[in-house]
Design a protein around this ligand. Structure first.
Ligand code: ATP
Ligand code: MP5
Length: 269
């Protein structure tokens, strides 16, 4: 039996709905062996972020090197990276180990408004990490910050996707969760040549904590297994749709999604 592996380089969410915790749960559900390099610890629950504690850069580099010099990986997801020093160090490790399947989720702000990336680190994302990415998965506000384009329409989103492709990302997914103009939700993929539209029904719930992390982790797991980007985006959308639809109703704020739901529904079918 072949074992596919994925490494997530991201922050820890003590509440278990986003970050490293969401990534590992998603990898496991999609039959991929998950490994981690933790960039920062957050004290977090469904009500918000109560503390952010970045790790020393040396400790982050050592975690990545520990994987690179022994286990290896089929794909990498990056999430919360917090500072330009961390982004630079992570990018250097990726280049050193010649890793190719890099999925960059440019996490900037948590649902409650807490900063998970320092303002000056946006330039480091553009200069160092985005050029290494196979896929970048911004939500609409992140695509706006990265490109300087105000996104009001699908044409604006396409323009932003083209700009992000020019920054060096081979594929760009501008996710549609923040566009509440319609009940149909569209995740837009651009591969440098064509646009692809992945549509789903908007689910009415406040329990969407960690949707972006979970989507990107599912995409990473599918790439790790050797699937192409279009198929991986479709599976990631199906995975997050089931996870949101079958929410767990935990906590008093924005609750986590249900990472079991996609596999359970597949088993029943
Ligand atoms: N209410 C919803 N119903 C169905 N799908 C949704 C809903 N909200 C988000 N999604 C899906 O979840 C994924 C993440 O989208 P979104 O644009 O919300 O990312 P995000 O803002 O990075 O997530 P987060 O809010 O966790 O940071 C996308 O595939 C999107 O289509
Ligand atoms: C450690 C960590 N990483 C990422 C997110 C973004 O997730 P969300 O926007 O759903 O809060 C988060 N809240 N915490």
């Amino acid at each position: 039996m072949s074992v596919y592996k994925a490494l997530t380089i991201a922050g820890s969410d003590s509440g278990g709905g986003a970050g490293i915790q969401a990534d590992l749960k998603t990898f496991q559900e999609l039959d991929v062996f998950g490994m981690t390099a933790i960039t920062a610890v957050t004290a977090q629950n469904t009500l918000g972020v109560h503390g952010v504690y970045p790790l020393p850069v040396e400790g982050i580099v050592k975690q990545i090197a520990a994987i690179g010099t022994d286990l290896g990986t089929d794909a990498i997801k990056t999430g919360m990276l917090f500072s330009s020093e961390i982004i630079q160090a992570v990018s250097e490790q990726i280049k050193f180990f010649k890793w190719k399947n890099i999925i960059v989720d440019p996490v900037m702000i948590a649902k409650g408004g807490a900063a998970l990336l320092q303002d000056e680190a946006v330039q480091a994302l553009k200069s160092y990490l985005i050029p290494l990415s196979l896929v970048i998965t911004p939500n609409i506000p992140e695509a706006e910050v990265l490109t300087g384009i105000t996104i009001k329409s699908m044409d604006d989103r396409k323009e932003a996707a083209k700009r992000l492709h020019e920054f060096g990302a081979k594929n760009v997914v501008v996710k549609g969760g923040h566009d509440d103009s319609s009940d149909t939700l569209v995740d837009l993929l651009y591969d440098g040549a064509e646009f692809y539209y992945f549509t789903s029904n908007r689910i009415d719930t406040k329990n969407t904590h960690g949707t972006g992390c979970t989507f990107a982790a599912a995409l990473t797991a599918e790439i790790a297994k050797g699937n192409n980007v279009q198929d991986a985006v479709q599976t990631a959308q199906n995975f997050i749709h089931e996870a949101i639809k079958n929410d767990l109703k935990l906590g008093n704020g924005h609750g986590p999604t249900n990472h079991w739901a996609y596999k359970k529904q597949k088993v029943i079918l």
